[in-house]
Design a protein around this ligand. Structure first.
Ligand code: CA
Length: 229
């Protein structure tokens, strides 16, 4: 038996926190709950967690700021709890390094399932050697810009998020489902070929910058990855 994974729940509404604690404990996770951004930050700095669930609206700040500060010293997976299902929230969250989203009101079991998916994915990744970043890409997350072979790419929002994710995880294969889940707001509304279409336009734009290269790889039946160099 491996030790139970510890999950930090940052949520100021006790009823929501309680349901999360209950369902996560029932799924075999240990939990710790805090209601303030500052408390969360100091716990994250001093204790070790496998994952953090962050409410976006906290009494002393917001979950995005917390995630930004967290990313300076840790890359543990983060799931945001967002109140309004606002697309802006999702986009901002992805850009600052969230792994997933849940919109309130949510099913606690769905949250537990997503926690499981993220931790399993991470477990698999841990066995692989770390890949070196592709140095032909220059990602500026703050400005929402990507340079490739010294040229600024003119990307749509989804192309940007797609390429950013691939750049941040060189050599990692993302299935269409994973890409849909992590980048598109409501995977129910889009089809598998949405990903293919965006990959196609992205490749065309990369070819414009460097005609002799094709850094995005297609893995038949599996998905897509970005060459590490
Ligand atoms: Ca709240």
């Amino acid at each position: 038996m491996t030790a139970a994974k510890r999950i930090l729940i940052v949520e100021d509404e006790p009823a929501i926190a309680d349901t999360l604690i209950y369902v996560l404990n029932s799924s075999g996770y240990q939990t710790e709950h805090v209601g303030l951004l500052q408390t969360a930050l100091s716990r994250l700095q001093t204790a070790s967690f496998s994952l953090a669930i962050l409410d976006v609206g906290l009494p002393d700040g917001n979950g995005f700021d917390l995630c930004r500060q967290l990313r300076r010293f840790s890359d543990i997976p983060v799931i945001f709890l967002t109140a309004h299902g606002d697309e802006i929230d999702r986009i901002v969250g992805l850009e600052i390094g969230a792994d997933d989203y849940v919109t309130k009101p949510f099913s606690p079991r769905e949250v537990a399932a997503r926690v499981g998916v993220i931790l399993r994915r991470l477990g698999t990744d841990a066995n692989k050697p770390t890949s070196t970043p592709n140095t032909q890409f220059d990602l500026d997350s703050q400005a929402g810009r990507i340079r490739y072979c010294e040229q600024l790419l003119d990307l749509t929002r989804y192309e940007f998020l797609l390429l950013k994710l691939l750049i941040e995880h060189p050599e990692r294969i993302f299935s269409r489902e994973q890409l849909l889940e992590r980048i598109w707001q409501d995977p129910g509304d889009v089809f598998d070929r949405t990903v293919d279409t965006h990959i196609k336009t992205l490749r065309a734009k990369l070819r414009l910058a460097a005609a002799d290269q094709d850094p995005i790889r297609t893995h038949r039946g599996l998905g897509y990855s970005l060459q590490s160099r």
